[in-house]
Design a protein around this ligand. Structure first.
Ligand SMILES: Nc1nc2c(ncn2[C@@H]2O[C@H](COP(=O)(O)OP(=O)(O)OP(=O)(O)O)[C@@H](O)[C@H]2O)c(=O)[nH]1
Ligand SMILES: [Mg+2]
Length: 208
């Protein structure tokens, strides 16, 4: 009886809580985004951009968005840190991937990393919000251009195959972002929240 009640409690309690992983190359603006998310959706303002240093561990933000709880995990993007990204894949409901729209030399590298993320079977069907950041910089590439660059990954992976051979659709959204000014965040998070409410996968593990 106790286990039944505690299971029900856990189910009710965890139903409206979702975990979101923020990934992307080093310097893309992930932590800047996370700190702006804190400013927008918590009572404690996030750090200003000039106080943010490169991430080596994990930054976390717990937020309330309307009736749901969204917890964000921001990982370091330096190449030697990317090997731990997939340790988090089984526990997330959505992925945010941040691209530096000004870092033209590394678009291919960024695209390759995104490809390995979306190809991972542990993330089958998980919604993907792709932020094209630093749209304030005059030399940044346009959303149209970036869409054409990243299109092959998105098109191949908007449908992802599961282990049993069935096909599971993945919802993908592309969004312009100026993380340092908080522009584009509300639109992206609204899309994510709408998706999570409708389609979130069930994750067994709920103790963090
Ligand atoms: N101009 C401009 N600069 C930005 C923007 N977002 C972030 N930056 C700058 O980009 C640099 C890297 O930002 P971070 O947020 O530390 O990047 P990160 O993706 O967390 O990097 P790692 O932690 O190393 O993976 C910092 O100098 C930020 O101020 C933006 O929208 N516009
Ligand atoms: Mg960081």
């Amino acid at each position: 009886m106790y286990s039944l009640l505690s299971g029900l409690w856990k189910y009710l309690f965890s139903k409206n809580e979702y975990f979101i992983l923020i990934l992307g190359l080093d310097g893309a603006g992930k932590t800047t985004l996370l700190e702006q998310i804190k400013t927008k959706y918590t009572k404690v303002p996030g750090l200003p951009p000039h106080k943010i240093i490169p991430t080596v561990g994990l930054n976390i933000a717990k937020t309330q968005y309307e009736e749901i709880k969204l917890t964000y995990w921001d990982l370091g993007g330096q190449s030697q840190l990317r090997s731990i990204w997939n340790k988090y894949f089984t526990d997330v409901h959505a992925v945010i991937y941040v691209v530096d729209s000004n870092d033209k030399e590394r678009f291919t590298e960024s695209k390759d990393e995104l490809e390995s993320i979306v190809c991972d079977p542990k993330l089958k069907g998980v919604p993907l919000l792709l932020f094209f950041n630093k749209q304030d910089l005059p030399d940044s590439e346009s959303i149209e251009f970036l869409t054409s660059v990243f299109k092959s990954v998105i098109n191949n992976q908007s449908l992802s195959s599961s282990e049993d051979g069935t096909t599971i659709s993945r919802n993908v959204q592309l969004q312009s972002l100026i993380a340092s000014k908080g522009e584009g965040i509300s639109e992206g998070i609204k899309w994510l929240a709408d998706n999570l409410r409708k389609n979130a996968r069930t994750i067994e593990k709920t103790d963090y």
